[in-house]
Design a protein around this ligand. Structure first.
Ligand code: ATP
Ligand code: MG
Length: 274
């Protein structure tokens, strides 16, 4: 049974525009699925629909179900806030593009990381403090005690994204959704954060729904991909199949530009060596 099953998902704006139409895909436990598309194609709305976090006025149709331990298949579309709150963080968790959106600017990092640990695991006092340090160490933050005492604006963008990942993982979700988690970061920091996510997802046998606009990045970290254009799936399949034999013109375009970039990087590398 799939962990996540999106079936005929539609999302309509308050003024009646179809932003996502008839979108279907499944993610099995412990597997990695990539969602690729240009800006405005509906990637973030898909993530929000799965979390039950669509902006006010937007309506979802179709079905999004999760396999929840002890509860069986659970429908997210139309679910009440109480149920959604129980699932958030434990069954599904999300890391956004801009880490500041996940963080409260007026609260020290340590208190923010403590919050999900306190709520989900009932930790208090010393045990809670130890768990916060461990959570910050797990995302490879050197000096976890200094970071815990800092406010979000006192640490770097890369460090903030590590903190956001620590918070998302605090309750050991079965499915981690990463919505362009590295787009706002410098190129070198991007690679570090990707490697960190890759390692953590494997270490905890989580499923990953990775969202991005760059085919090279997404195909590097996932095994199946779906290409989204104007809110519709234009192609999906195993990464190797899509990369080696893209069928839809837009998919071909994506593969073509990824290849061009690759070739350009090769030429640069050769230039450096000669
Ligand atoms: N709160 C909102 N109200 C109205 N329309 C919205 C809202 N959020 C998104 N949209 C529209 O829905 C469509 C899909 O948006 P979405 O944020 O899912 O795109 P995306 O693929 O994540 O793009 P990006 O790569 O830029 O993050 C866009 O046309 C966008 O303008
Ligand atoms: Mg987005």
């Amino acid at each position: 049974m799939s962990l996540l099953e999106v079936a005929g998902l539609g999302v309509r704006s308050a003024d009646g525009r179809d932003l996502i139409s008839d979108l279907s895909f499944t993610v099995d436990a412990g597997t990695r699925f990539g969602l690729i598309g240009e800006s405005g194609s509906g990637k973030s709305l898909t993530a929000l629909a799965i979390m039950g976090l669509l902006p006010p006025g937007m309506t979802a149709s179709g079905s999004v179900t999760l396999d929840v331990p002890g509860r069986g298949r659970t429908e997210i579309v139309g679910a009440g806030e109480r149920l959604l709150n129980r699932l958030r963080g434990r069954t599904t968790s999300v890391v956004f593009q801009e880490p500041l959106t996940a963080l409260d600017p007026l609260m020290r990092i340590g208190h923010q990381v403590a919050e999900p640990l306190r709520r989900a695991q009932g930790l208090r006092g010393r045990a809670l403090k130890t768990a916060v340090t461990a959570a910050l160490e797990e995302v490879r933050l050197a000096e976890p005690d200094r970071i815990a005492r800092a406010y979000p604006h006192e640490i770097s963008g890369g460090q903030r994204q590590r903190v956001a990942i620590a918070m998302a993982l605090a309750c050991r979700p079965a499915l981690l959704i990463a919505d362009e988690p590295t787009t706002a970061l410098d190129v070198t920091v991007q690679a570090e954060i990707l490697a960190l996510l890759d390692g953590l997802v494997s270490a905890h046998s989580m499923a990953l729904l990775f969202i991005g606009h760059d085919l090279a990045v997404v195909s590097g970290i996932t095994d199946h991909v779906l290409i989204l254009k104007d809110g519709k799936a234009v192609e999906s399949g195993a990464v190797l199949d899509v990369v080696n034999a893209p069928r839809h013109p837009y998919a071909r375009e994506l593969v073509g530009s990824a290849r061009e970039l690759d070739a350009a990087l090769d030429r640069l590398g050769e230039g450096e060596r000669s």
